[in-house]
Each structure stands twice: as C-alpha cells, then as structure tokens.
Design a protein around this ligand. Structure first.
Ligand SMILES: Cc1ncc(COP(=O)(O)O)c(C=O)c1O
Length: 437
C-alpha cells in the first residue's frame, strides 16, 4: 500500500467478552460442550419475551412508518414520551430535543467518544466495560484513563482516587459512570452519585452515565437516575432496551442530554453528535415506536419488578455456592445480571491447573496459557475442563485477577450446575498446586 491503512486507534480496540469466544470455539472442536457464560444476552440464554410485549411489536409492524427511515434524532412521539419519563422523575428538565436515538447504546458510545476532541479525555471506572474503555482509548490513540472501583467496598468508586486523577490530569474533561455496573453488579447509592456530580461541578467537567441497567436494580437496593441528582452539570445519559425488555437485537438506545444550556462548548459537541448521526440517516425505526408503547403500558412496572426479583434470587443462589471459597472473594450483585469472583492476593500461581482428559487439548491449553494473565489461565483451564466460558476480569482494564459470570441461565437445573461446577473448579484449581509447593 502507498500509505499505511491501519489507524493507530486500532491497537486500542479490544472486547474481552467476545475475544474469549475464539478460544471457546477451538475447545469445542475437541468435543467439549460449551456453556457460554460470557455475553450479557438474556435471549441467547433462553429468556422469552413477555407475550404482551410481543403483541405490541405486532402492532408496530402494522404502522407504515415503522418500515421507513425516521428523523435523524428519532421519531418525535418516542422522544416526547421519553422526555416525559425523565421529567416525571426529575422535574421539568428535558424536552424531546434532548433525546436522541442511536442503534443501541454501543452506537451512542462510538459517537460520544468518536466525535470528542482527542485532547479531551473521559475517565472511566476500572474494572471497565470494554465498549466504553476501548472507544475512549481509540478516540485519542492512548491508553484509557481509569478510576478504581474498590472490591473491599462493594466495588463502589474510590472517590479519593478519582479526585486525585482529575487534579493531576488537566486533559480530563468528563467522568463516566456505569450504574448499575457491568461487570461488577454494583449499584451506586445516591450520595456516591452526588459526590461525583459535585466533582464534575467543581472541575468544570461533563458526565457520561451509562444507565442501560437502571431498571434492573434488585429489591431493597436504592439508587437514582443521574437526572435526579445533576440539576446543573452537563451530562449525557445512555439508556436502551437491550437488557430491560430484553431486546438486544433491536439495536435501539438513546441519550438524554442534561443541562445543555449550561455550557456552549458542550452544546456544540452535542450538535456534532447529531451531525455524525445524520451521515447514517437515522437509527432503527421500528423499535423506537415500540418503546413508548411498552414503557407506558400499565403492565411494565410489574414486568421490571419481576425480572429484578428473579436476578436478585439468582445472585443469592450464586453467592451460596461461591461465597465461601478460601482465596476467592465474591461480592453479591445488587443490580443488572453479572457477578465477579475475585482471586485474593497470593491465591494464584503458575502451577494451578484443572484436569483436562484429552492430552492434545491439554497441550492446546498449556500453549494458550503461555504469557497469559493469571486469571486468563484459570478461564482457559475452566473452559477445557468444564466447558464453562467466563470472561477474565483483567480483560476489563483492571489489575484485579478474577472473572465475570452471568446470572442469565434460564434452566434452573443448568444454572445450579453452572454455579456448583464453578465453585468446584475454583476449589480444585486453587488446591491443585499444593503438591507442587
Ligand atoms: C454497560 C453496558 N452498556 C452498553 C451495552 C450495550 O448496549 P446496547 O445493546 O444498547 O448497544 C452493554 C451490553 O452489554 C453494557 O453492558
């Protein structure tokens, strides 16, 4: 080629949640049945869409507009309905003009970082969700900047660390919050959100809040939408229907722009996001027409409650199996449908192994483990030994070794097997070096 075709940003793209699939497929070729515990897709794990939501989609199909393009920002009726939801919670704060549809939150993420000046950085949580961390990193071709989530404190943000990093680095222009959190399952109390808002206010920063799981907070756990605690700080809140309907295949999400009038530069940046979206014409039309019909249906609150209760019970089920293994720390999820298991300091070493019957597969795993992070070594052994595919925690931009698994399996017996097998594998793995020591 006359010129290098490869963008320097490409080195910063990684998505551990799907990267592990390649090795899973390889292991499958050796006859191991794989249980995919890596991806947050409730449909793939057998969840059935509620019949009344299906009926709404049948109605939407009958609307001619659902088959055409829509305005770049999205259908007015859907944007008005979503603005009314924000205002019902947080007072008269936004108008339909402040709601902009995207092809899923992931598309919003790509635009939000992709059209941000490369000199303006957004600091995000660690462990990080790769869609954000990779996109932020790629927008400036530099490593992502992170603040710590503290496993000793229920994975809540370490606000001292966040302040210190903001003070030290003047290129930080924004703070990312993911609440409820992927991968940790933590839910942030109001005071934590208020303190992050106060930091943004103090340093003249904007906020990005990924609230894709905000309607999946477990019973008895308290949090709020960012719109309820950020009356004056410019912010972009990301929402969608992939997880809560759940309809990940809709590729439908939106942003709520808060307090745009507070800062001209922020407002110009939001205009640039719409201009970028205009090049694509618009986002998926049909799902937008379904959103207000589902959200305003009197059956929806009960639907959300039942799902939150279901995941809360599954989190307890996981905790019962995995919560008391020496060398492993498991914080119970408080929302969303993920949990992380963390290896305590010194628990892992390079002699740990799980039994793998097929000698050729054992060699494949040994090769894969060369130079791999200690938690990835566990994940590779787990895959080959049990067929369970989880994601190494260090794939989420964190030095903490561990792994993320989901609470999504719908078959009760299979789910019980997954948690039981994970627990046994952890015990066996951590015990396996005792003879060698
Ligand atoms: C925190 C978070 N944000 C965004 C997404 C992607 O959302 P969407 O399907 O709307 O693109 C996910 C998917 O797992 C997620 O966990």
């Amino acid at each position: 080629m006359r010129a290098n075709l490869v963008s320097p940003s490409s080195a910063h793209l990684s998505y551990a949640i799907r990267d592990i699939v390649k090795f899973g497929e390889l292991v499958r070729r050796y006859g191991v049945e794989i249980t995919w515990e890596n991806i947050g897709d409730p449909i793939a794990k057998g969840e059935k869409i509620a019949p009344w939501i299906r009926e709404i989609l049948h109605e939407v199909v009958e609307i001619d507009d659902s088959w055409g393009y829509c305005p770049t920002e999205g259908f007015r009726e859907a944007r008005e309905a979503l603005a009314a939801h924000v205002n019902a919670r947080a007072g008269a704060r936004v108008s339909a003009d402040d709601i902009i549809f995207f092809n899923g939150v992931a598309d919003a993420v790509a635009k939000v970082y992709g059209f941000l000046s490369p000199h303006a950085r957004v600091i995000g949580p660690s462990p990080a969700y790769s869609t954000h961390s990779s996109a932020e990193s790629a927008h400036c071709a530099l490593p992502h900047l992170t603040y710590d989530l503290d496993p000793e404190n229920g994975w809540l943000p370490d606000l001292v660390d966040l302040r210190r990093k903001i003070e030290k680095n003047p290129s930080i222009a924004g703070i990312l919050i993911i609440n409820p959190n992927n991968p940790t399952g933590a839910v942030y109390p109001v005071e934590v959100l208020e303190q992050i808002v106060a930091l943004a206010r103090e340093f003249g920063l904007f906020l990005v809040a990924d609230e894709i799981y905000i309607h999946m907070v477990f019973p008895g756990v308290e949090t709020v939408h960012l719109s309820e605690v950020a009356p004056d700080v410019p912010a972009i809140v990301m929402r969608g229907i992939s997880k809560e309907l759940p309809w990940p295949g809709s590729r439908c999400g939106w942003i709520e722009v808060l307090n745009r009038d507070q800062d001209q530069n922020f407002s110009a940046y939001v205009d640039s996001l719409v201009a970028a979206k205009r090049l694509e014409v618009c986002s998926t039309s049909g799902p937008q027409l379904a959103v207000p019909r589902v959200f305003d249906d009197p059956r929806y609150p009960a639907h959300l409650e039942a799902r939150a209760r279901m995941y809360a019970e599954r989190a307890q089920e996981a905790l019962r199996e995995l919560g008391s293994i020496p060398g492993v720390r498991v914080n119970p999820a408080q929302g969303a449908f993920y949990m992380t298991a963390l290896f305590e300091h010194g628990a892992l070493n390079h002699n740990n192994r799980l039994p793998i019957a097929d000698p050729t597969l054992r060699e494949v795993v040994e090769r894969q483990c060369k130079g791999a992070a200690p938690d990835a070594r566990f994940v590779y052994h787990l895959l080959a030994s049990t067929g369970i595919c989880v994601v190494p925690l260090t794939g989420f931009y964190t030095p903490h070794p561990g792994f993320r698994f989901t609470l999504l399996e719908t078959d009760d017996a299979k789910r019980a097997w997954i948690f039981r097998t994970l627990a046994q594998a952890l015990r066996d793995y951590l015990e396996s070096d005792k003879g060698a020591a």
